[in-house]
Design a protein around this ligand. Sequence first.
Ligand code: ZN
Ligand code: ZN
Length: 354
Amino acid sequence: MNREHAGGAALPKKPLFNPMGDTEVRSRRLIGGNTTNLNDFNNMKYAWVSDWYRQAMNNFWIPEEINLSQDVKDYPALSLPERRAYDKILSFLVFLDSIQTANLPCVGEYITANEVNLCLNIQTFQECVHSQSYSYMLDSICSPDERNSILYQWKTDEHLLRRNEFIGNIYNAFQEQKDPQTLLKVMMGNYILEGIYFYSGFMFFYNLARNGKMPGSAQEIRYINRDENTHLWLFRNIIRELQKEEPELFSEETVAELREMLMEGVRQEIAWGHYVIGDEIPGLTRAMVADYIRYLGNLRWTSLGYEALYPENLREPEEMRWVSEYSNANLVKTDFFEARSTAYAKSTALLDDL
Ligand code: ZN
Ligand code: ZN
């Protein structure tokens, strides 16, 4: 790559102990800045960080507080396609939350705005909790052998592996090549993962619950979904701040590449949804999956300030309304799932407008 070209030069890792770092808010930058690493909650450049931090803290939850006794009875009674989908989707979610846990600190090493690092650290913690919630679910509903085979299905199921390769390769590229362009693609990978990849899984669990099955699993997923919304919000904001601070990174060519990444993410999510859900799960069809995921693709791309990708899918499909209703963890009635579901949910607004 031409070293003169924007993003071509190596990105400096942030300094650690750095008493000569800038304390001026005006000179703070997301990347390439001179940070002191001081956690200063009073002088933030990015005003949205305060709201984000508060929301993330309010969202604290504990997987074991959700009662899975009904799920223990329901799981053996699921139809074969339902059970296959349940297992494969959990396997995929375990992978996603695990690679997030491992990758976010790598991103943080190059972020020179300390308030944004605070957010990334909280996100990392939440991804750990999500991974652990899947173990709690599996430990409750199946044997240790079945659990282990579900946890590692992504290593042998070619469809799962292909999916994970797409995101894994984007993240791995930054391990090899530490430049702003490659980091931007990691940011976009995060945005796709948080905003597209979780969703055919989430809709599957909500669909089971609305058919009276696996209510505890759906409740776990709601809390995870609420956290993922804040992660999506975080990466949307990071990308938007980079658009302002590093406009030369967003050449026409790069924007076209980011767009193609998102569209590839959408294609993969639909193909995956068709593979795991297909037309064999009561309440869901292939068309519903495709329409909903394209609609999300539009939301994600327009949230970054660009034109919609799929003109046919500008509005939330009427027949998928229940997904956003189910995903609203803060509106859960405690008697509905018999869980102390709102114990830590003190925040009033869910950020579902992304
Ligand atoms: Zn997660
Ligand atoms: Zn996340």
